[in-house]
Design a protein around this ligand. Structure first.
Ligand code: PLP
Length: 343
């Protein structure tokens, strides 16, 4: 897997240029959406990114080790019981219990998460009012998260802006963090002191239904293990699910659903060999995929087949599999070697 750190940094700069009201963080949870949190965050930090978000405390510890002291590393899921701020991580307080724990521990500098319509994590308006005076907590930001920013004109998005404005008014002077990737394309109401994009950094379209404004950042190349010639009427793979209609050349490549190449892509995905299309045939196995390379004469044993790249983006594969590009990226398996080109 080739990860183009320069393209990720360029995407971060593009998003930064769209957000004049404050800096743009890097959301690098889930190993930077599968692309390698350490190298990705280091490249962003070198480009000037000073704020990072992960989901879990353990991700935060690993990221601190990778980045060293300095940048803010916020843990969206909050701290586990008993964890302290020793590693210099910033917890997100997601509810009244978290606030009580922070007060009891004398923990300061956290981010307060208010819920404005996701109903997942965060204090609702009543809980925020009941929380009373939060000034002793020395909060860094108040944040909220958009539920439908990628669906143009969804009524909940405007409602969330109104509710977040009310929460901010109740916490005067506290910096705010609002937009995710899609939110950065929604306009002024969604601007804040810190944007939190993830997917757009990694080339996923933050404006579904419109042309993708982001650069593609990765290519997934898999070695061809074998090529065989089969006669018409021969079936390929589990369930004998595909039958050759003509004399065919079948290439077997070294990836499967155990590597996150979804089994739902059986008979739907396409690989590319030196730019020549080679459709998937038969079912995706755990560790192997079979391709029809009859019309891809460049295919040879020891060569590479591209499963994800500019010709077949994560968003495109997601559409074929009935999912979202996020899931395609975060499913990328641990067996792939991630090679990061310098930024
Ligand atoms: C994942 C996440 C983000 C980033 O969302 P994208 O849609 O990938 O830009 C921002 N904020 C929170 C709270 C998240 O969970």
């Amino acid at each position: 897997m080739l990860v183009d750190l320069g393209a990720i940094v360029a995407n971060w700069r593009d998003l930064s240029a769209r957000h004049a009201s404050g800096p743009v963080a890097g959301v690098v949870k889930a190993d930077a959406y599968g692309l390698g949190a350490g190298p990705v965050a280091r490249a962003l930090a070198e480009a000037g990114c000073r704020h990072f978000f992960v989901a879990q405390f353990s991700e935060g510890l690993a990221l601190r080790a990778a980045l060293g002291a300095g940048p803010m590393i916020a843990v969206l899921g909050g701290f586990p019981p008993g964890a302290d701020g020793g590693a210099g991580l910033t917890p997100v307080l997601n509810g009244p219990t978290d606030i009580a724990a922070a007060r009891a521990a004398g923990l300061t500098g956290a981010i307060l998460h208010v819920d404005t319509g996701m109903e997942r994590l965060g204090l609702n308006a009543a809980e925020l009012a009941a929380a009373g005076d939060l000034s002793a907590l020395g909060l860094r930001y108040v944040m909220t998260h958009l539920a439908c920013a990628d669906e143009a004109g969804h009524p909940l998005t405007a409602l969330q802006a109104t509710r977040f404005a009310a929460a901010r008014a109740a916490l005067p002077g506290l910096p705010a963090s609002f937009a995710n990737s899609a939110g950065l394309f929604l306009g002024e109401e969604f601007a804040s002191d810190l944007a939190r994009p993830g997917c757009a950094l990694y080339g996923i379209n933050p404006t579904p239904g419109r042309p993708n404004p982001m650069r593609q950042v990765m290519r997934l190349l898999v070695p061809i293990l074998q090529i065989r010639d089969i006669a018409p009427g021969t079936t390929v793979g589990y369930g004998a699910a595909w039958t050759a209609a003509r004399p065919s050349r079948i290439a077997t490549i070294a990836a499967g659903y155990a590597d996150g190449y979804l089994r739902a892509l059986s008979g739907r995905g396409t690989a590319f060999v030196e730019g020549q299309a080679a459709p998937l045939v038969g079912r995706v196995s755990m560790d192997l995929i079979t391709l029809d390379v009859t019309d891809a004469p460049a295919a040879q044993v020891g060569g590479m087949a591209e499963l994800i790249g500019p010709a077949q983006t994560p968003d495109h594969l997601a559409a074929l599999a009935g999912t979202i590009g996020y899931e395609i990226l975060t499913s990328l398996g641990a067996r792939y070697r991630r090679r990061h080109s310098p930024a």
